[in-house]
Design a protein around this ligand. Structure first.
Ligand SMILES: Cc1cc2nc3c(=O)[nH]c(=O)nc-3n(C[C@H](O)[C@H](O)[C@H](O)COP(=O)(O)OP(=O)(O)OC[C@H]3O[C@@H](n4cnc5c(N)ncnc54)[C@H](O)[C@@H]3O)c2cc1C
Length: 339
C-alpha cells in the first residue's frame, strides 16, 4: 500500500522512514520550500528515543546536541539540539515533494483513496491506500476528512529569546508561584530562554511594549543564569511573543485517512514532549501498516488501539500541567508584562 504523508515535520518524516524501513512505500508532500530553515533548538524528549533508535538516527542526532540530565538508563532525559539538524537527518532518503501542498482528498464513496497536491507545475493526484495528516495543528487533512477536533488557544503564551551566549547549564528552570515556567536551554547556537506568561489580548505589541531592558531585569530576577545570555541582546526585536494552540481529536482515523503528531494532539509546549509523542505515533502507525499492508482500515484500527493508551496519560495533563503545581497568588515580580 502506498502512503501519502502531508507534512514534512518531525512526525511525518519519522513515519516515512519507518514505512520505508519495513519495505513499504511512502511519499511526503511538504508545502514549504527546500531551503526553509527552522531556527532555534528543540528539547528532544526521551519519548522520541525508541522511534529514532530504530531508524538508526538517535546517535547522530545526539552527537549534534547537548544532553539534558538527569540520566535515565544511561541516556539523558532529553537532548537539546538544533531543530534544523533533526529534520535534515530525518530527511535523508525520504521521497519528499517540496513546495507541494495537499489541497484536497480523492474519494471513492466514503473512502479516501488519495490526495490532490498543488506544486510549482500545477495540481496532480497521488493515489494512496492511506493519506496521513502530519500537517500540524491547523491540519488540512483533518479538516478535509471531517475528523472532529477540539482546538483552543491556550490561556498561556511565551515570550522567548535566542542569544549567541551559552547558558551556564544545559537546562535551567524556575517554577513560578502559579506553576508556570521560566526556562533557559543551552544549545549549539548559544542559549534560548522562555517565559510562560498569560496570553495577552494585545498580542506581541502588548507583551513586548515594556522593552528589552525591563524584560531583561525581570527575567534575570527569576532566573539569574540568564544574565549573560540576555546581556548579549541589543533590541526588543530579539524577543518573540508566541501564542499556543492546543488540539485534541476523539477519532484518530477515518477510512483512508490517519492523523499523527500535532494534527492529532497538540499540547502546551510547557510539557516539552510534543515531538516525542508525534514520533511515537509515527512509529506505531508504521508498524501497524507493515502488519496489514493490504488492509488500511485494519492498520489504522490497530494503530489507534496500541497508541491511544500510550498517549492518554500525557493528554490528561498536557495543557494544564502548570495547574498541577498551582500554588498561591502570583507576586507582582512574576507577572509579565508588569501591571
Ligand atoms: C513554541 C513551541 C515550542 C516547542 N518546544 C518543544 C520542545 O522543546 N520539545 C518537544 O518535544 N516539542 C516541542 N514542541 C512541539 C514540537 O514542535 C512538535 O511536536 C514537532 O515539531 C512535531 O510536529 P509535527 O511534525 O506533528 O508538525 P509540524 O512540525 O507542525 O509539521 C507540519 C508540517 O506540515 C506542513 N504542512 C502543513 N499543511 C500542509 C499541507 N496542506 N500540505 C503540505 N504540507 C503541509 C508544514 O509546512 C510543516 O512542515 C514545541 C512547540 C511549540 C509551538
Amino acid at each position: 500500500m502506498r502512503v501519502v504523508i502531508a507534512g514534512g515535520g518531525m512526525a511525518g518524516l519519522v513515519l516515512a522512514r519507518g514505512i520505508a524501513a519495513r519495505g513499504g512505500e511512502a511519499v511526503v508532500v511538504e508545502r514549504a520550500a527546500a531551503d526553509r530553515r527552522i531556527p532555534g533548538p528543540i528539547m528532544l524528549p526521551f519519548q522520541a528515543y525508541d522511534a529514532l533508535d530504530e531508524l538508526g538516527v538517535l546517535d547522530p542526532i545526539r552527537a549534534r546536541g547537548i544532553d539534558v540530565p538527569p540520566l535515565r538508563n544511561g541516556r539523558p532525559v532529553s537532548i537539546s539540539v538544533p531543530r534544523q539538524d533533526v529534520v535534515e537527518i530525518l530527511r535523508e532518503g525520504v521521497d519528499l515533494l517540496w513546495e507541494h501542498e495537499l489541497v484536497d482528498l480523492l474519494r471513492e464513496g466514503e473512502r479516501v483513496v488519495g490526495a490532490r497536491v498543488r506544486g510549482p507545475d500545477g495540481e496532480r493526484d497521488l493515489p494512496a491506500g492511506i493519506v496521513v495528516g502530519a500537517d500540524g495543528t491547523g491540519s488540512r487533512v483533518r479538516e478535509l476528512a471531517g475528523i472532529p477536533a477540539r482546538t483552543r488557544a491556550s490561556d498561556t503564551a511565551f515570550v522567548s529569546f535566542r542569544s549567541p551566549v551559552h547558558a551556564p547549564e544545559p537546562f535551567s528552570i524556575a517554577f513560578l508561584s502559579d506553576g508556570r515556567q521560566v526556562t533557559l536551554l543551552d544549545w549549539a547556537g548559544g542559549s534560548a530562554g522562555g517565559w510562560q506568561i498569560d496570553r495577552v489580548p494585545g498580542g506581541a505589541a502588548e507583551a513586548l511594549a515594556p522593552g528589552l531592558d525591563a524584560f531583561r531585569r525581570a527575567f534575570v530576577r527569576l532566573l539569574p543564569q540568564a544574565e549573560a545570555p540576555l546581556a548579549a541582546l541589543s533590541s526588543v526585536d530579539e524577543l518573540f511573543y508566541r501564542e499556543v494552540t492546543e488540539v485534541r481529536c476523539e477519532a484518530w482515523w477515518s477510512p483512508g485517512v490517519a492523523l499523527v503528531g500535532e494534527a492529532l494532539h497538540a499540547m502546551n509546549p510547557e510539557v516539552g514532549i510534543g515531538s516525542g509523542l508525534g514520533m511515537g505515533d509515527a512509529q506505531a502507525l508504521a508498524i501497524a501498516i507493515a502488519a496489514t499492508p493490504d488492509d488500511p482500515d485494519a492498520a489504522c484500527a490497530a494503530y489507534e488501539h496500541w497508541r491511544r493508551p500510550a498517549v492518554a496519560p500525557y493528554l490528561a495533563v498536557g495543557g494544564t500541567a502548570s495547574k498541577v503545581f498551582a500554588g498561591g497568588r502570583r507576586p507582582e515580580e512574576e507577572r509579565w508584562p508588569p501591571a
